[in-house]
Design a binder for this molecule. Structure first.
Ligand SMILES: NC(=O)CCCC[C@@H]1SC[C@@H]2NC(=O)N[C@@H]21
Length: 468
């Protein structure tokens, strides 16, 4: 088919009463069934609305903050999909797997692909020198069932966040794909998105059309809020991206979406209530073949051609999420300015509808290794609103703005081809259809931006530099 209907469900997970305590297998299953009751409602509704596939969140069936022992009763031994198995019709073929059986039946009974995140366990012994002392590997795992309930994909998360002490790393990254009549799919989980393997391999080498992305994502402004970063990854990598987040406002977890390469088709961000939400939208099955497919981008072309920047005494430093940026203030209502850090030169042309006295914007550059919660090399050019008119607040999280821009054009001399374009309006709103990336690397407003701007950012990841 040329198009398909995608669904993602943001789920307010029912958490175990004390995730640090070990419960019986019966109590573990009872909690998982409560979550699956809600997921089943969403799956039925999605199927009724014609969806071909639905994604549910990471940790969506049992929650988080477990110890290694406490999560054990929640785990099932998930076979390799090669075994060709429909748990719904053949539940006793392997060791008891009530969660796989129920998920498989939800897919089969509703004729829809179902994507879920659960825990896998694999026993091992001393013949394996890496076998953990408790005699088992435990993996954070995504599973996919096709519309007949067959297990078609199993993916073990490779980039665990802050080590996720309850889980093991798989020995090698797994690039998991499967084919459907509505395109080729790849799958990875949450923190994986910041690294080359398996995320970039799936898109750049295995050429998937759509990425399935269960996540439990804590939002961090100004660049790493879920809807902002995940939609930017879809655009930068030129794939469809189905992001299903958990919903827990205390943990700043909200933000799910159905993203196409040219912008969001549907998204949900809600820090006001504890409601989950089903999103449904139509996507191209093969977005690269679509006439709307954005062109390949030469990211540093434009910025390399403009006047080089000369450090100015008014430039200053500030931290954004532990990284030291170099900033320059936008002092005029319109203009063209540059800022540099190391090899990265960032260039901005802009026009504000009016220059307000009570809001300050800066252009910032960062070229360096981010070292908090994992190491990853970044090159970032950003236009952003400061928290107050005091320049020492520039880089602190800001959600709202009142300044409207008539136009913006942002570019940088990136050393990497992996650059994710972000535009975030006031109140954590995206700007689908209102901006684009030109093939010379400029991120430009297509029309006059309709809402006040919080940030316009080119977020570059330079994977080769992570370990230098
Ligand atoms: N479950 C996960 O793997 C969560 C990782 C996503 C967190 C993103 S990536 C780095 C930022 N730090 C946060 O606290 N949230 C952001």
């Amino acid at each position: 088919s040329d198009t398909f209907i995608a669904a993602v469900y943001e789920h307010a997970v029912i958490l175990p009463r004390a995730a640090q305590e070990t419960v019986s297998p019966e109590d573990a299953l009872a909690l998982m069934n409560k979550n699956m009751d809600i997921l089943e409602g969403a799956i039925k509704e999605a199927a009724q609305q014609g969806a071909h596939i639905i994604v549910t969140p990471e940790d969506g069936i049992y929650g988080w903050v477990f110890t290694r022992e406490a999560i054990y009763p929640y785990l099932e031994d998930i076979p390799d999909p090669e075994v060709n198995w429909i748990p719904c019709t053949d539940p006793t073929r392997f060791a008891p797997t009530p969660v796989l059986e129920r998920l498989s039946c939800m897919a089969r009974n509703n004729s829809i692909y179902v994507v879920a995140n659960i825990g896998d366990k694999k026993s091992c012994n001393s013949s394996d020198p890496s076998c953990p002392s408790d005699g088992r590997y435990q993996y954070n795992t995504n599973v996919v069932f096709d519309s007949e309930g067959k297990l078609v994909a199993r993916y073990h998360k490779y980039n665990l966040f802050m080590s996720e002490e309850q889980f093991n790393y798989p020995k090698e990254p797994e690039a998991v794909t499967f084919e459907t009549h509505f395109g080729k799919f790849g799958i990875f989980t949450c923190f994986d998105i910041l690294f080359r393997e398996p995320a970039v391999v799936l898109v750049s080498e295995l050429q998937v059309d759509t990425v399935l992305f269960p996540t439990a994502w804590m939002n961090v402004l100004p660049f790493l809020t879920a809807v902002e970063f995940h939609s930017a990854w879809a655009m930068g990598m030129r794939v469809n991206f189905l992001a299903s987040n958990t919903h827990n406002t205390i943990m700043s977890m909200t933000g799910s979406g159905i993203y196409a390469p040219d912008g969001a088709r549907a998204y949900y961000y809600n820090m006001k209530t504890e409601d989950g939400r089903l999103l449904i939208a139509e996507l191209d099955s093969h977005p690269r073949l679509s006439p709307a497919s954005p062109p390949a981008v030469s990211w540093s072309s434009y910025a390399s051609s403009v006047e080089k920047c000369i450090p100015d005494e008014r430039d200053f430093s500030g931290l954004i999420f532990y990284d030291q940026f170099t900033f320059t203030e936008l002092t005029k209502p319109e203009g063209s300015i540059t800022i540099c850090q190391k090899d990265l030169h960032c260039h901005l042309s802009y026009k504000m509808a009016e220059k307000r006295e009570d809001e300050v914007y800066v252009l910032g550059a960062f070229d360096g290794l981010h070292v908090v919660e994992g190491q990853y090399y970044l090159q970032i050019c950003t236009l952003l609103k400061c928290k107050s008119t005091d320049l020492s607040t520039c880089g602190q999280p800001v959600e709202t703005a009142q300044t409207k821009f008539d136009m913006f054009s942002l570019s940088g001399t990136f050393g990497t081809n992996y650059v994710f374009p972000e535009v975030l309006y006031s109140d954590v709103q995206l700007a689908p259809g209102e901006f684009e990336v030109l093939n010379d690397g400029r991120l430009i407003s297509k029309t006059k931006p309709t809402k006040p701007v919080v940030t316009v950012t080119l977020f570059g990841r330079w994977y080769e530099k992570d370990h230098l």
